[in-house]
Design a protein around this ligand. Structure first.
Ligand code: SAJ
Length: 427
């Protein structure tokens, strides 16, 4: 089935790369975002998010003449919805953006069109939320127009590569819808395209991220046990992972980002009576910032009035995304405990937590610090030389929540190094 024109709703971390990739593969694409600032930034040849290679791809898409952006959708052969699905404070899926994006398609929907939802959503969203809204057009889902769910599965930092190379699951409300979805994505996806039904596709997405969350939760719980028994949990994990059927992930300050720390709650909300393990994994991972605070207390003693340089605020290495970041939570806890925190986030220089100061450079973060707290394993921080750091600051205590620093090298330069999951004499 040929699709020549495409309308993508939502120009964020998924929508913008997807729109640009379709455009550079010959599709005429209308990219839509209800945020007029986003549309303005893009029209001016800039981008509003950082992702390796994205700027060049977006520019190429505009140059090809195939990409235009707007605040409102228009008619197209196919529609893709890639808007956020946040959680509310009481951990329920907030579907307002999906709902309003779907509603905005209705006036443009025509016989033979395809609508694909990519936003991570609770099971049955395509059938129970999208289909009834779209059928307000008078057309019938699966018969007059095609409707499918296809999860985005790309890893921030590697989005452009994974968008093309990852396997793609497409779940239609019927077989014809799945096949229409395959015809659309086949224009650029090189990974295998696998067809299923819409609810299975929704579950697949939630299961992937939940599996990772539970795996990280067990790593975090192991690190607490390692601390209890006075061992280096990183070494223990390394040894356990030599077993051919064991693959434990890394402990850390917690799990952030808009995906893994959010998606498992969709399952808990939908079926609380059968998702106790999933809920507990969330509780363990959300508890990690408090574990980090305890480690800092152990390293520094009293926190009130202590000047701390916090390195990194994003939710993980080499990205600018601060959503649900455990690093931010650690800084908040420190500020609450009375510490004076200077934060340095190289990917978002202005960013900081309430009550903390944003330092524009590493030097200015370190200059007055009494202790250094490593929260994100950015490449730039991995490359830090202990002797060079010692010359920038009087601080001689480092707390490493990502285990990127080599103990011996930092000790040679005069530092005391405290690492999460490694028991050490109290400071
Ligand atoms: N983290 C750890 N220990 C680890 C690995 C990660 O503490 O061993 C932390 C990270 O620091 C970060 C969080 O977990 O705070 C999540 O980071 P991530 O790199 O594991 O995942 P995301 O959220 O960037 O991307 C995930 C990916 N899902 C899986 O790998 C199953 C990606 O493929 C999805 O497309 C993305 O969620 C999404 O959009 O849903």
């Amino acid at each position: 089935m040929p699709f020549n024109t495409l309308c993508i709703l939502g120009l964020g971390y998924i929508g913008l790369p997807t729109a640009s990739t379709f455009a550079t593969h010959g599709m005429r694409v209308l990219g839509v975002d209800v945020n007029s600032q986003v549309v303005d930034v893009l029209r001016n040849g800039e981008i509003h998010i950082q992702e390796p290679g994205l700027r060049a791809l977006v520019q190429a898409a505009f140059r090809s003449g195939n990409l235009t952006v707007s605040e409102a959708p228009g008619p197209a052969d196919a529609f893709i919805i890639a808007v956020p699905t946040p959680i509310t404070d009481d951990k329920r899926a907030d579907m307002q953006y999906v709902r309003s994006a779907t509603e905005s398609i209705v006036p443009h929907l025509q016989r033979g069109n395809l609508v694909v939802l990519e936003s991570t959503s609770p099971p049955r969203t395509t059938l129970d939320l999208l289909a009834p809204i779209l059928e307000q057009s008078g057309l019938s889902a699966g018969e007059d127009f095609f409707l499918a769910y296809s999860p985005e599965r790309v890893l921030p930092g590697k989005i452009l590569h994974e968008l093309i190379e990852n396997a793609r699951v497409i779940g239609g409300v019927n077989q014809a819808s799945s096949e229409a979805g395959r015809d659309l994505y086949a224009s650029f996806v090189r990974g295998e395209i696998l067809l299923t039904d819409s609810t299975t596709a929704e579950m697949v997405k939630l299961m992937e991220n939940t599996y990772r969350d539970v795996n990280i939760a067990i790593a975090n719980e192991f690190s607490r046990l390692g601390d209890t028994f006075g061992i280096d949990i990183w070494r223990a994990i390394e040894l356990a992972n030599l077993h051919p059927r064991v693959e434990i992930l890394n402990p850390g300050p917690g799990v952030g980002g808009h995906c893994i720390s959010v998606d498992p709650w969709f399952l808990v909300e939908a079926a609380p009576e059968v998702s106790g393990l999933i809920r507990q994994a969330r509780v363990v991972n959300d508890g990690q910032p408090a574990v980090v605070l305890e480690l800092i207390r152990r390293a520094l003693g009293k926190l009130d009035g202590k000047r701390i340089a916090a390195l990194g605020l994003s939710y993980k290495a080499n990205v600018d995304d601060l959503r649900e970041s455990p690093a931010l939570e650690v800084v908040r806890l420190l500020v609450q405990a009375g510490a004076r925190v200077a934060t340095f986030e190289p990917f978002a220089l202005q960013a900081t937590a309430e009550g903390a100061q944003a330092a524009g450079t590493l030097q200015s973060a370190l200059v007055e610090a009494e202790a250094i707290l490593l929260l994100v394993d950015h490449e730039q921080f991995r490359a830090l030389e202990p002797v060079a750091v010692a010359s920038m600051t009087q601080a001689r205590t480092i707390v490493d929540t990502r285990r990127i620093f080599e103990k011996a090298a930092w000790e040679r330069a005069g530092f005391r190094l405290f690492t999460i999951g490694v028991r050490q004499a109290d400071g």
